[in-house]
Design a protein around this ligand. Structure first.
Ligand SMILES: CC(C)(COP(=O)(O)OP(=O)(O)OC[C@H]1O[C@@H](n2cnc3c(N)ncnc32)[C@H](O)[C@@H]1OP(=O)(O)O)[C@@H](O)C(=O)NCCC(=O)NCCS
Length: 186
């Protein structure tokens, strides 16, 4: 299915993140207690080892920045959780409702997340990802993230096994003239 959302051009990752236009009728919001049921429902369907509703609740209470994306019907279809740590933004969670994946929403949400970080005057984003999550890794690499390390046994896995985390980072320059002549990578 062809992408029905912005950022269809795969190389369209500006050197300095910019807020992408939302499709007509779509809504970006700040995650609140009212979203937790829908968020936890998507999370449970999207991951083998999901965050619990309590994890999201604690995250919101701790002041992490939760973002929600709703379609024109008002249905929550994607969310992200960001944690600023001094001059870095940590992407703790980014998820698209499983039935709405591979339509460009992950790309849109990641662009929103990067632009939100930039709006907070932060110019470095870090995230962890399972090496087995090749789809997410492809998305992050296209957005200019590069691997900077590996955390041994970071994630729970099948049975009592553990899986490493890859640590990915993207930095970008200050806005002035930074987009000139370069398409894409920080
Ligand atoms: C990872 C995730 C956020 C991507 O969202 P999405 O809406 O499905 O992704 P998009 O449609 O925007 O895809 C963007 C690009 O990412 C890559 N990609 C995404 N999912 C992929 C998959 N399952 N297999 C291969 N490539 C994939 C592709 O390059 C894709 O571009 P293309 O569709 O033009 O080929 C979504 O799959 C998800 O929520 N997964 C479960 C939760 C998760 O793993 N989150 C990340 C934790 S680190």
């Amino acid at each position: 299915m062809s992408a029905a959302y912005p950022l269809e051009d795969r190389s369209d990752w500006p050197a300095v993140p910019a807020m992408p236009p939302l499709p007509e009728g779509w809504g970006l919001g700040r995650m609140s207690a009212l979203d937790l049921e829908a968020v936890a429902g998507i999370e449970a369907r999207a991951y083998s080892h999901p965050w619990t509703r309590g994890n999201f609740e604690n995250s919101v209470k701790a002041g992490h920045l939760g973002l929600t994306l709703r379609d024109p019907a008002g249905t929550l279809v994607a969310y992200a959780v960001l944690m600023p740590v001094v001059d870095e933004m940590h992407l703790l969670n980014i998820t698209v409702e499983p039935r709405r994946q591979r339509l460009g929403l992950g790309r849109l949400m990641l662009a929103i997340v990067l632009a939100t970080s930039h709006a907070h005057r932060i110019r470095t984003m870090l995230l962890e990802v399972r090496p087995s999550n090749t789809g997410a890794i492809a998305l992050y690499q296209a957005a200019g993230f590069a691997e900077i390390g590996r955390r041994k046994g970071y994630y729970p896995a099948e049975g009592r096994m553990r899986e490493d985390a890859l640590v990915l980072r993207r930095s970008w320059p200050e806005a002035a003239a930074a987009n000139e002549g370069s398409e894409g990578r920080a």
